[in-house]
Write a protein that binds this ligand. Structure first.
Ligand SMILES: [Zn+2]
Length: 364
């Protein structure tokens, strides 16, 4: 038997929670250290001890170069926060917004590729494996340079309560409504968390200040990794967002979860994907063409389709000009020039000659 490309589902929640615990403990230890290098919230707000020496990559030149942070930098950091925050509106972010922002305002990676490029090339599956009320856990494969073989992405659907309320007004035997509600829910705002280092060190701060963080809050400014606060999500989250936005696997999973909520007495439910079902979905995903489409790409595609349809419709309207056979045309010309009389033609036709035979006979 082939090993599951997704790994065992049993114990996935424990594994995800364990990684989150480790992350939290390491972060707390880092801040408690005597010579902690974390730039805290209050320091960014201006409570800056000038005797403290911290470094930033902001405006530093040369590869991997750093320079000392000055009080002026703090104003720049606050400004960068405002700029980043202006990209987000209110509580949460939609799956499509995450994809669009990752494409329009990317954080440059080590090379020329961005997180969305890497998501397209390296992350070929993201499966929703378990749901408890508003929280859904996804498992994705890890990239080629990873030290783990899979990642956990937690997604919190902010509109879950609203979805539940929609279902409450539907009859209990109404099968259509859970699916419609699931389809609505996946287009609404959400929050996310990933257990990878990219999310931890580059993006968690952004999701915290943007109000779309589903994990531990990060208040330490990413002065080294991402001082300009560019980008929005790691490749694992981007693959998950693409699945939420468009895949039937996610729609079916959310529909089943919604059916359980619909049938429950207290609007609470949990839903787990079975191992065999998850493996099948993962294999299907791994075998397909990997795309993640931005809104702009979708609009362009729609325009192309519309243009093609319009052209097809127009070409159908053009009436086909029927070309008459050569013999008939020759006869018509002979009639016009007087070489052939109408009455003779009538006689010949009455004898059953075809136009071709008549033309050949007449030598016209
Ligand atoms: Zn990640």
């Amino acid at each position: 038997m082939v090993d599951s490309i997704l790994g065992k589902l049993r114990g996935h929640v424990g594994e995800a929670k364990g990684r989150a615990e480790t992350d939290k403990r390491e972060r707390e230890e880092a801040e408690r250290k005597v010579n902690s290098v974390i730039l805290t919230k209050r320091e960014v707000q201006g409570e800056w001890d000038a005797a403290r020496t911290l470094y930033t990559t902001l405006g530093a030149t040369g590869p991997k170069s750093m320079r000392e942070i000055t009080a002026n930098d703090l104003a720049q950091f606050r400004h960068n926060m405002e700029i980043a925050r202006s990209n987000f509106t209110g509580d949460g972010i939609t799956a499509r917004q995450v994809i669009d922002l990752a494409s329009s305002k990317p954080l440059p990676g080590a090379g020329s590729d961005t997180d969305i490029d890497r998501a397209r090339k390296q992350i070929n599956m993201a499966i929703p494996v378990s749901a408890v009320n508003n929280e859904v856990r996804f498992i994705t494969n890890a990239g080629p340079d990873s030290d783990v073989n899979r990642h956990h992405v937690l997604v919190r659907f902010n509109a879950f309560s609203a979805a539940v309320n929609k279902l409450m007004s539907a009859k209990s035997k109404d099968n259509k409504t859970p699916k419609q509600t699931a389809n609505w829910l996946r287009k609404q705002k959400l929050a996310f968390d990933c257990d990878c280092g990219r999310h931890r060190f580059f993006f968690r701060y952004i999701s915290t200040i943007g109000n779309f963080n589903a994990g531990r809050d990060e208040l330490g400014f990413p002065k080294i990794r991402n001082p300009n606060l560019k980008g929005v999500a790691c490749k694992h989250v981007l693959r998950v967002m693409s699945e939420i936005d468009t895949s039937t696997t996610v729609l079916n999973f959310l529909t089943k979860h919604m059916e359980k909520v619909h049938a429950s007495a207290d609007n609470r439910a949990r839903h787990n994907m079975r191992q065999a079902e998850a493996d099948k979905a993962a294999e299907k995903q791994a075998a397909r063409k990997r795309t993640i489409k931005t809104s702009e790409q979708r609009a362009k595609e729609r325009a192309r389709v519309q243009e093609r349809n319009a052209l097809n419709a127009a070409s159908k309207k053009v009436k086909r000009v029927k070309v008459k056979p050569v013999g008939t045309r020759k006869i018509e010309a002979a009639l016009k020039s007087g070489k052939l009389a109408e009455s003779d033609l009538e006689v010949l036709r009455r004898f059953g000659f075809t136009d071709k035979q008549i033309a050949d006979k007449l030598g016209v």
